[in-house]
Structures are given as C-alpha cells and as structure tokens.
Write a protein that binds this ligand. Structure first.
Ligand code: HEC
Ligand code: HEC
Ligand code: HEC
Ligand code: HEC
Ligand code: HEC
Length: 241
C-alpha cells in the first residue's frame, strides 16, 4: 500500500469504527457527558500520522493539552503546560512527556509491557504511552494498573534495587524499593508511619498530599516519595491540579 492509500484505508476504518463498532466506546469523562465526541480528538480525512488524530503537528501531547489547559475545555481542572516537565533539583512539577525512552542520565529504557511498548511515539514517551484516552478501567485512564509501581518499574527497572548496602563498581545505585518499612514502636530508626511536617506520625499535619504511600505490606516504592503530576518537592504545600 502507498502511504496515501494506507491513510485512506485508515480513514475508512475510522469511519466504520465511528459508525458501527461499540468496541471503540470512550469512557467518562472523555465521553458525551462532557460533550466530547470522537471528532473532538479525531478527524477522518487529511489528518497526519497513522492514528488520524486532530493536531497538525502529529504530537499526541498537543491533542491532550488542547483541552488540558486553562480554559481548554469547559470546566477543565487538570491543566498541563510544557513548563511543568520536571528537571529534578531545578524546576517542574510533572513527569516528563515527549522525552526519549532511553535516558542515560536517569537510567531509563523503553517499556517491555506490550500495552505500553505499542504506544511509544517517534521513539518517545508521550501521554498515551501511560494513558489510554478511551479506557478508564484502570483509574486515571492508565494503560496498566500501577499496583506496587508496576508501571514505573517497567521503564525504570534499573532502579528496582534493594541491595545498595553492598557496593559493586559500575553498578547503578538508587534508594531501595520493594523493602518493607519495619513497623511498630520497637523500631525507632525507620519511622512507621513516617513523620509529618509537624514532627508527629503522618497524617497528623492534615495535608494528605505529603503523606508517604507504602505498599500493601508496608513496602517502600518509587511513588512512596515521587508524585507523577501536579506535585512540587515542598512537603509544606498541598499538591494537586
Ligand atoms: C479524548 C480524545 C479521544 C476521543 C474522545 C476518542 N479518541 Fe480514539 N484515540 C485517541 C488517541 C490519542 C488515539 C491514539 C492513541 C495511541 O495509539 O497512542 C486513539 C486511537 C483510536 C483508534 C486506533 C486504536 C488503536 O488501538 O490503534 C481508533 C479506531 C479510535 N481511536 C476511534 C475512536 C472512536 C470511534 C471514538 C469515538 C467513539 C474515539 N476514538 C474517541 C483519542 C481519542
Ligand atoms: C476534547 C477535550 C479533551 C481531550 C482532547 C483530552 N481530554 Fe482528558 N479530560 C477531558 C475532560 C473534560 C476531563 C475531566 C476534567 C476534569 O475533571 O477537570 C478529562 C480528564 C482526563 C483524565 C482524568 C480522568 C480521571 O478519571 O481521573 C485523564 C487521565 C485524561 N483526561 C487524559 C487525557 C489524555 C492522555 C489525553 C490525550 C490523549 C486527553 N486527556 C485528551 C477532556 C479532554
Ligand atoms: C510516565 C507515565 C505518564 C505520562 C507520560 C503521563 N502521565 Fe498522566 N498520569 C500517570 C499516572 C501514573 C497517573 C496517576 C497519578 C496518581 O495516581 O496520583 C496520571 C494521572 C493523570 C491525570 C489525573 C491527575 C489527577 O490529579 O486527577 C491526568 C489528567 C493526566 N495524568 C494527564 C496526562 C497528560 C495530558 C499527559 C501528557 C501531557 C500525561 N498525563 C503524561 C502517568 C503518566
Ligand atoms: C514509558 C516509560 C516510563 C514510565 C512508565 C515511567 N517513566 Fe519515569 N521517566 C521515563 C523517562 C524516559 C525519563 C527521563 C525523562 C527526561 O529525559 O527528562 C523519566 C524520568 C523520571 C523522573 C525524573 C523526572 C523527569 O521527569 O525527568 C522521575 C522522578 C520518574 N521518571 C519517576 C517515575 C515514576 C514514579 C513512574 C511511575 C508513576 C514513572 N517514572 C514511569 C520513562 C518512564
Ligand atoms: C526514599 C524516597 C525515594 C524513593 C523510594 C525513590 N526516590 Fe527517586 N528521588 C528521591 C529524591 C529525594 C530525589 C532528588 C535527589 C536530588 O535532587 O539529588 C530523587 C531523584 C530521582 C530522579 C532524578 C534524579 C536522579 O537522581 O537521577 C529519578 C529519575 C528518580 N528519583 C527515580 C526514582 C524511581 C524510578 C524510583 C523507584 C524505583 C525512585 N526514584 C525511588 C527520592 C526517592
């Protein structure tokens, strides 16, 4: 197939999908309850790229942010902007997007889970690598559940370590994850629950967004310490969009 024929075929498939197939239904809030229809995100003809989405630069994030910006869609409360991308230690309040999958600085690599790997765009991690804008089965439209940070640890498996106490030259080091925080008053070295900004066990300061979230067996994971979006590195403030 030439590129033109392929595009035309894709457009026809899209129209068929729009007209006939219930399997392309879209979950709330990306549905008609928010007055969103297929054609708010897709255009059937003369669109760029292989997924016939509406933005002209073929960047998925441009489509997402066209609504996810202040005033981008009526009542939007979850806005994004390029300046939010994190530069650790410097600025930013969100996990990066439109970033190369392989970062030597942060020891990342492309995801191995097919549901994620199939949605790398131009070699880069974008909004729809982690999110499926059609399917809200996993909360926040995540492509895979993030139980015990399974999503994070796919691309960041080099930091899935709990043996940092033994130094091996050339090995990547990181804060341990998957280790249980000792519980109860017998262990005063590792506070469990951790202390809040007022010096008492969390959630005593009333700010739930600075609480360390432990796994089901009290394990420490990446998201014990790291937020994903709308999160600054100041435990004294309330995070959120
Ligand atoms: C909120 C935006 C949004 C809405 C609303 C939406 N889509 Fe999509 N759709 C996307 C994006 C973005 C992709 C590409 C995701 C990717 O592959 O990274 C996509 C992909 C698709 C695909 C290709 C699926 C695949 O797995 O390759 C089809 C077909 C499709 N959409 C049909 C529809 C139909 C039909 C509707 C309306 C019932 C609809 N979409 C509504 C954003 C949307
Ligand atoms: C046509 C407008 C529109 C587009 C395009 C759009 N969204 Fe949304 N999205 C919304 C609205 C409206 C909400 C609800 C916002 C709110 O609660 O303030 C929402 C909510 C969400 C939520 C939160 C859902 C939840 O249950 O917590 C996620 C995640 C999300 N969008 C991701 C995306 C991604 C990823 C894209 C790009 C593929 C995208 N959106 C494109 C309108 C849009
Ligand atoms: C590396 C994976 C990843 C990327 C890339 C990513 N997200 Fe998310 N996003 C998540 C996770 C994980 C959550 C759930 C966070 C939580 O539970 O606190 C989330 C939550 C959200 C929410 C709900 C936030 C809330 O507080 O209700 C929205 C909206 C959203 N993402 C939109 C986007 C948009 C738009 C982009 C691209 C500009 C994007 N995401 C890029 C992983 C990602
Ligand atoms: C699809 C792959 C992928 C997934 C899934 C993913 N990351 Fe990342 N992450 C990256 C890449 C690539 C970078 C490097 C970004 C750059 O070069 O700026 C990164 C960077 C980071 C950074 C440094 C800040 C930044 O954005 O540059 C942190 C912290 C981080 N990730 C935490 C997480 C957490 C927590 C999760 C799970 C919610 C997660 N990541 C899921 C690929 C991923
Ligand atoms: C105990 C808390 C904690 C845990 C657990 C943790 N981090 Fe971090 N992480 C931090 C802090 C604090 C920084 C900032 C360090 C600095 O600014 O020098 C950081 C920085 C980072 C950075 C960017 C700077 C750098 O050092 O490369 C990345 C990427 C990152 N973390 C990813 C992860 C991932 C992925 C996981 C899970 C495998 C994880 N972190 C687990 C606290 C934690």
């Amino acid at each position: 197939m030439t590129r033109r024929t392929a595009l035309r075929a894709a457009a026809c498939l899209f129209l068929v999908a729009v007209s006939w197939s219930p399997s392309w239904a879209v979950d709330s809030p990306h549905d008609t309850l928010s007055n969103i229809n297929c054609d708010n995100c897709h255009i059937p003809h003369h669109a760029l790229g292989d997924i016939i989405t509406a933005p002209s630069d073929s960047l998925i994030s441009t489509l997402c942010i066209s609504c996810h910006t202040w005033g981008g869609w009526p009542g939007m409360t979850k806005p994004f902007a390029d300046a939010m991308k994190a530069d650790p230690g410097t600025a930013g309040i969100s996990h990066g997007w439109d970033v190369d999958t392989a970062s030597t600085e942060y020891q990342t690599h492309g995801p191995t889970t097919p549901a994620l790997a199939d949605h790398i765009r131009n070699g880069r991690v974008t909004c729809t690598t982690c999110h499926d804008p059609h399917d809200n089965t996993n909360p926040h439209f995540l492509r895979v559940p993030n139980n015990n940070d399974a999503l994070c640890l796919d691309c960041h498996s080099d930091r899935n370590v709990n043996d940092v106490r033994t130094y091996v030259p050339g090995k990547v080091y990181s804060h341990p994850v998957g280790v249980v925080l000792p519980s109860g008053p017998t262990d005063t070295t590792f506070h469990n629950p951790p202390l809040d900004t007022d010096g008492n066990p969390q959630p005593s300061d009333g700010n739930v967004t600075n609480d360390f979230v432990l796994g089901g067996g009290d394990e420490v994971y990446c998201t014990t310490c790291h937020g994903v979006h709308f999160t600054d590195s100041d435990p004294g403030t309330v995070d959120g969009p």
